[in-house]
Write a protein that binds this ligand. Structure first.
Ligand SMILES: Cc1cc2nc3c(=O)[nH]c(=O)nc-3n(C[C@H](O)[C@H](O)[C@H](O)COP(=O)(O)OP(=O)(O)OC[C@H]3O[C@@H](n4cnc5c(N)ncnc54)[C@H](O)[C@@H]3O)c2cc1C
Length: 439
């Protein structure tokens, strides 16, 4: 069994245990007044919702200690799915209570207690907005930066409000010790949220970077090279990524993730290559050398280990070549002799980013580069169309337990390749995927 499975189960258990703490605190406490089953169930759903929402803040805070081996894409996918479950709990809490005993409608009646009614209604509305704005952000045209502010703000409001509500309800939370334990469990993740959004930028100020140069690349992309200013740079593994902010202050809404494209042997001089897809990336060609930059990381588990396997297979689509470039440049510097295959899909031959350098790398590394072009030029004699199961079978070496696959590209390519390889008998534990389109 791959070591990742027990570790994933361990992190899942940690998550579940933390999320259950408010419920556990309530069950340990013996309330004086006995209530019916459905009322108790309604109260428990609320406490469970509070626990889940609090722990949700821990797992997306890019804390390097939390499940680093699982990768950001898996963690965010989990966060998204559990977020929907948390919303259902938040909605089920008042619904079950009111259906069990209509007297609980008074909680939402402004004539009984205006502040309480407004805050509870706002909490429910906020939970709905939180989830819907995340699921349909692109459809409603909400810019990523504003969504991030909204998401953090609403999460803070719902969790602090939920804690206040649980403490004031006073049924399961009577007694100073119970209140302190409950507040601790909820406030610790809140502290981490403040750390993620505020203190981390303060720490970044101690390790500034400057733009050393920009370089236009094929495929409507730009490479930005950054130089460490007055510190020893950033030690990373090829395949990892950073969050980058450009400009005088690290307290900017414009913080974007990019994979390292440069060799891991140069921690003081790092580079990333970005495709111009939106407002931030479109400005990269005009970034002036000398511009201040702020770097957070490294992150990610998309890391090859040539010493661990007999062969490494790299599969890229478009700008998904960037982390793979970092791998190849690092392997070249380190004189790696593990056989390598690169399947690289693009629409047009003219837009194949790094195509000349890949030819050079194929001379010095034991590397076979196979270009796959969906709209090839007239004289093209290489592979055409898209990467699919048939092409993988024809062009890749036979699978064995010591082959690892690294896939990075647009979602349709990744979905097709992952499914095809699994169908061909490749164990999912030997497939490493890096998804750029996470949010
Ligand atoms: C782990 C990872 C590594 C990446 N590496 C690369 C790379 O090496 N090269 C490359 O070209 N692209 C990479 N990306 C994608 C890159 O981050 C986005 O293309 C970029 O942030 C788009 O910003 P924009 O404002 O120009 O475009 P927009 O039009 O604002 O955004 C386009 C899409 O990019 C995503 N995005 C936008 N802003 C952010 C943000 N601040 N944080 C996270 N996602 C955002 C959203 O899904 C959005 O819908 C990577 C993404 C991830 C998650």
């Amino acid at each position: 069994m791959s070591p990742i499975i027990p570790r994933a189960l361990l992190w899942l258990s940690v998550y579940v245990l933390l999320a259950l703490v408010p419920l556990g605190v309530a069950l340990v406490h013996q309330p004086t007044e006995a209530r019916g089953f459905w009322v108790e169930l309604g109260a428990m759903l609320g406490l469970l919702g509070l626990g889940v929402l609090a722990v949700q803040m821990l797992i997306t805070g890019r804390h390097r200690w939390f499940a680093p081996e699982l990768g950001l894409d898996n963690t965010l996918q989990f966060h998204r799915e559990v977020g929907i479950f948390a919303l259902l709990l938040v909605l089920a809490h008042p619904t079950t209570l009111i259906l069990a005993d209509p007297k609980y409608l008074a909680y939402l009646d402004p004539r009984e207690d205006t502040l309480r009614a407004i805050s509870l209604a706002m909490m429910v509305a906020s939970a709905i907005i939180l989830v819907c704005s995340s699921l349909w952000r692109v459809t409603i045209g909400l810019p990523y930066e504003w969504w991030r502010v909204l998401h953090g703000g609403l999460a803070l409001f719902i969790v602090t409000g939920g804690l206040g509500h649980a403490l004031m309800a006073d049924h399961y939370t009577a007694g100073a010790l119970t209140k302190v334990v409950l507040a601790g469990v909820v406030l610790i993740p809140l502290g981490y949220l403040v750390d993620t959004r505020l203190l981390r930028a303060l720490r970044m100020r101690r390790r500034p970077w400057r733009v050393a140069g920009t370089q236009a690349e094929r495929g409507d992309s730009t490479t930005i090279t950054l130089e460490a200013v007055g510190h020893d740079g950033l030690h990373f593994e090829p395949g990892q990524f950073i969050w980058v902010t450009l400009g005088e202050t690290p307290f900017s809404l414009q913080q974007h993730p990019f994979s390292f494209a440069s060799s891991a042997t140069e921690p003081r001089r790092i580079a990333f290559t970005a495709k111009h897809v939106g407002d931030f990336t479109a400005t990269l060609p005009s970034v002036e050398p000398g511009t201040r930059a702020w770097v957070e990381g490294p992150y990610g588990a998309f890391i090859p280990n040539p010493g661990r396997v007999d062969k490494i297979i790299l599969i890229a689509g478009g700008v998904g070549i960037t982390p793979i470039m970092s791998m190849l440049r690092t392997f070249d510097e380190r004189r790696v002799r593990t056989p390598l295959w690169l399947l690289y899909a693009n629409e047009h031959w003219e837009d194949v980013t790094f195509r000349e350098e890949l030819d050079e790398l194929a001379e010095t590394l034991p590397l076979q580069v196979i270009h796959v072009i969906s709209k090839p030029p007239k004289q093209w004699s290489g592979e055409t169309g898209y990467i699919d199961g048939d092409l993988l079978e024809r062009r890749l070496p036979e699978d064995s337990s010591s082959v690892e696959y690294f896939i990075c590209g647009p979602d349709p390519l990744m979905d097709t390749v992952e499914k095809a390889l699994i169908r061909q008998g490749v164990s999912p534990t030997r497939l490493f995927s890096d998804r750029f389109d996470l949010f």
